[in-house]
Design a protein around this ligand. Structure first.
Ligand SMILES: Cc1cc2nc3c(=O)[nH]c(=O)nc-3n(C[C@H](O)[C@H](O)[C@H](O)COP(=O)(O)O)c2cc1C
Length: 176
């Protein structure tokens, strides 16, 4: 995923200056050659997001946060005062350790909390359904072998929660 460019930030400035936030009008922010080149990257990504009723974000935790490629996508498709209305978001997350409330590393959870805060705060939609499989490092790190059972339990919970989330957001009989 390419990072945003100066052309992208100028589109954003144009949108703010002219108070354009309607999803179908955002292309009007791209005016110069540089801005149109930036819009050519945004356009298919934004079209995909806007066309979706359900947006599934699948993200491992990298260094307490989200992968930089996912952040680059967020930067590309996010514009001021964006309202994604009826769209439902589902976050499927994998973490090597455990960041559940009460654990010593809980305050360092900038992964699912960031995604949830961002999605609600910026897209004006309902809170995402979050599904987290934790302690994945116990599968490979001998020092965490004693946590393997807790990992397996977390994974089983996550799979069950993912199925429940699918039933909740996709009104199709074939979802089992
Ligand atoms: C670059 C990198 C950084 C990571 N940083 C963390 C971290 O800060 N905290 C954590 O709990 N796990 C961390 N992990 C472990 C991953 O979150 C874990 O392996 C997860 O299962 C990866 O998802 P995947 O199996 O879908 O690739 C890191 C893994 C990688 C590759």
């Amino acid at each position: 995923m390419p990072h945003i460019t100066e052309g992208w930030t100028r589109i954003c400035d144009n949108l703010l200056r002219d108070q354009i936030s309607d999803l179908s009008e955002l292309h009007r922010g791209a005016r110069t050659t540089e801005e149109r080149a930036a819009w050519a990257v945004v356009e298919p990504l934004l079209a995909e997001l806007v066309a979706a009723d359900v947006v599934l974000i699948s993200a491992p935790m990298y260094n307490f946060g989200i992968p930089s490629s996912l952040k680059a996508w967020i930067d590309q498709v996010t514009f001021p005062r964006m309202n994604l209305g009826h769209r439902r978001f589902v976050v499927a997350a994998a973490q090597g350790g455990s960041y559940t409330p009460g654990r010593p590393r809980a305050p360092m959870e900038h992964h699912v909390r960031y995604l949830s805060d961002f999605i609600v705060g910026h897209y004006s939609v309902e809170p995402p359904i979050s599904v987290v499989a934790e302690l994945n490092n116990a599968r490979v790190d001998p020092a965490l072998a004693h946590l393997q059972e807790a990992h397996e339990a977390s994974l089983a919970d996550a799979i069950a929660s993912a199925r429940a989330a699918a039933r909740q957001v996709i009104p199709l009989e074939e979802v089992r």
